[in-house]
Design a protein around this ligand. Structure first.
Ligand code: NAD
Length: 251
């Protein structure tokens, strides 16, 4: 890529939800910037376990909500690269369900991935992050980490939890030199938002609300995550960074 600077040269990163959308964008940017990456996603035709790094990437296929997932993921990263500097907890889902009709099952499914898996994988990675000179945790929140949208109560709750959890991580792990931040994407065109993007009113609403005049794309999020992971963001911790084209400051 023309604008690569090697700002993550030789850093070792774990990125969850790396097969698609925002996670795939982050993974590509990290590789372009010189990081070596364990990319984690659900097992599928496009995502299976690699035996060895390929251009700095090792794909690891697992459901991050499984009990054993944190241990397996950290073990795979250490096996592939020997250390961990950066953990990007990005995998998430946003199934429809409002305050009056969300089932227990849906609620638990969203919390298991968007909240529990973030906490559990981070806890498992902490002993290795403590050994890094430049440790970073970056969680994918949302503009729904501070606002609510209609018909996605479990998602809104989970992303508010990501905000609180990241701040608690920053406080608890700062003394070990570990910085923890979260990004807050706005309306980004990915497979996760595909159903909404098919709704003309939804797209029209956002196009009117976004001062920069367009919906976002994974490539709008990835460089900001790379910045937070880089030495340039050395004194940034406990922060949530909105990346929404200005939408949420526009009444
Ligand atoms: P996406 O659906 O394109 O990608 C999510 C990835 O996570 C997929 O590859 C999926 O297979 C993987 N995944 C899902 N469940 C998993 C599991 N149990 N174990 C392992 N991997 C799993 O979605 P996206 O839009 O790129 O979303 C990524 C993150 O960004 C999510 O946390 C989402 O909440 C957040 N986000 C998205 C938007 C948006 O508009 N797209 C806005 C704000 C925040």
């Amino acid at each position: 890529m023309a604008n690569e600077t090697g700002m993550l040269a030789d850093r070792i990163a774990i990125i969850t939800g790396a097969a698609s959308g925002i996670g795939a964008g982050i993974m590509q940017k990290f590789l372009d910037e010189g990081a070596r990456v364990l990319g984690v996603d659900l097992p599928s035709e496009r995502w299976s376990n690699d035996d060895r790094p390929n251009d700095g990437l090792v794909r690891f296929a697992i459901d991050v909500t499984l009990d054993e997932a944190p241990q397996e993921i950290v073990k795979a990263a250490i096996h592939a690269f020997g250390s961990i500097d950066i953990l990007v907890n990005n995998a998430g889902i946003s199934p429809p369900g409002g305050a009056a009709d969300t089932s227990d099952e849906l609620w638990r499914k969203v919390m298991a991935l968007n909240v529990d898996a973030v906490f559990r994988l981070t806890r498992e990675a902490v002993p290795y992050l403590k050994k890094s000179d430049n440790a970073r945790i970056i969680n994918t929140g949302s503009i729904m980490s501070e606002l609510a949208g209609p018909g996605i109560i479990a998602y809104v709750t989970s992303k508010h939890a990501v905000a609180g959890m990241t701040k608690a991580m920053a406080v608890d792990l700062g003394p070990f030199g570990i910085r923890a931040n979260f990004v807050q994407p706005g309306a980004i065109v990915t497979p996760l938002s595909e159903a909404h993007m098919a709704d003309e009113q939804f797209v029209e609403y956002w196009n009117r609300k976004i001062p920069l005049g367009r919906l976002g794309k994974p490539a709008d999020i990835a460089p900001v995550v790379a910045f937070l992971a880089s030495p340039m963001a050395d004194y940034v911790s406990g922060e949530g960074l909105r990346i929404d084209g200005g939408a949420t400051c526009n009444m």
